[in-house]
Design a protein around this ligand. Structure first.
Ligand code: ZN
Length: 325
């Protein structure tokens, strides 16, 4: 066989892998329940997965009937692919919650999501092989597996429905990017195909960010971010020069003599490799001018010349509810 005939090796580190499973909607059980919800609900789920993945590099590799295996790809940055995949999962859970609030209980969809990057690759048609073992083992972690873990959280703190788990590797990336999600170690587990104990993390959305984000109609914040070029906004406070795919300057959030602060205009974020500061236009104003979220939105809307929509009483109540539960 000639060398060129060999299939190209998969690029392990460039895709984040997400496994989504349906879990039963009773509070007493965490067993899989794909077959219980019916075809209509599964069609809804597929549509929602497609909607949250559009624009985030989603590829659906497999739907085996008892789970979805998705990958998220960012040609520039494997780490951003992991961030996008977590973003997509919380977006999905939000949409599922909205949907569940308008359908009967037996048609409710309840999910568990597990996110991985780099530790595994995906081999076609290899459902249980070593290449996918971490993905599939992580997915099987539930309240029932806690007794087998080292330093597990108390069982009542382990969620039964609609949660996101991630591996050590993904947790490390989220920490480096100062992501808006809370990470809680739920214990150390022995995972098939990996030596020793591996810590598994549960992710939670930053409640405050969610509550405040819900104060605006869908799409408003995206519209706002797209109106004011981030480079212009930052450029008024930081001297930026073109560098690689972005612009670089001295970080306004820590003391430094050589630039480690980057603005990546087309992705709409800034990142400092020195202090880890990271965020979008709203986050920049919050940090730079010491504003809260709403104030930063109002400031940015002023710069964009658009009106901040008034909240309806229902929206205020919804935001309040999300903040307190
Ligand atoms: Zn910095």
């Amino acid at each position: 066989m000639i060398a060129s005939a060999a299939p190209p090796l998969p690029e392990i580190a460039t895709e984040a892998i997400v496994v989504i499973d349906l879990v039963e909607s009773t509070l007493t059980s965490n067993l899989f329940g794909w077959y219980a919800v019916g075809r209509h609900s599964l069609r809804d789920l597929r549509a929602l997965i497609g909607a949250v993945g559009a624009g985030r590099g989603l590829r659906c590799l497999k739907n085996t009937g008892d789970g979805y295996l998705l990958t998220f790809h960012d040609p520039q940055s494997a780490e951003m692919a992991a961030v996008r995949s977590v973003e997509a999962m919380f977006d999905l859970l939000d949409r599922i919650a909205d949907r569940n609030s308008v359908v009967s209980e037996e048609r409710a969809l309840n999910l568990r999501c597990s996110v991985h990057l780099g530790e595994v690759d995906v081999v076609a048609d290899d459902r249980e092989g070593p290449h996918v073992s971490l993905a599939f083992r992580l997915q099987e972690i539930s309240r029932a597996s806690l007794p087998a873990a080292l330093n597990p959280i108390p069982p009542e703190q382990f969620p039964l429905l609609n949660y996101v788990l991630c591996s050590e590797e993904v947790a490390g990336i989220l920490e480096r990017w100062a992501s808006p999600w809370q990470m809680t170690g739920i214990g150390l587990f022995k995972l098939k195909g990996f030596p020793g104990w591996r810590e598994v993390f549960r992710l939670l959305p930053e409640e405050r960010a969610i509550a405040l984000g819900a104060a605006f109609p869908p799409g408003f914040l995206d519209e706002l971010r797209s109106r004011v070029p981030l480079g212009d906004l930052v450029g008024r406070r930081v001297r930026l020069t073109r560098r690689d795919r972005g612009q670089a300057g001295l970080c306004p959030f820590h003391n430094e003599k050589t630039p480690s602060f980057y603005v990546v205009e087309d992705k709409g974020f800034f990142h400092c490799f020195g202090c880890g500061a990271h965020g979008d236009a709203i986050g920049f104003l919050m940090r730079a001018d010491n504003l809260d979220f709403i104030e930063a939105v109002q400031r940015l809307a002023g710069e964009a010349g658009i009106e901040v929509p008034q909240q309806t009483p229902q929206e205020r109540e919804r935001a309040q509810r999300q903040k307190t539960c």
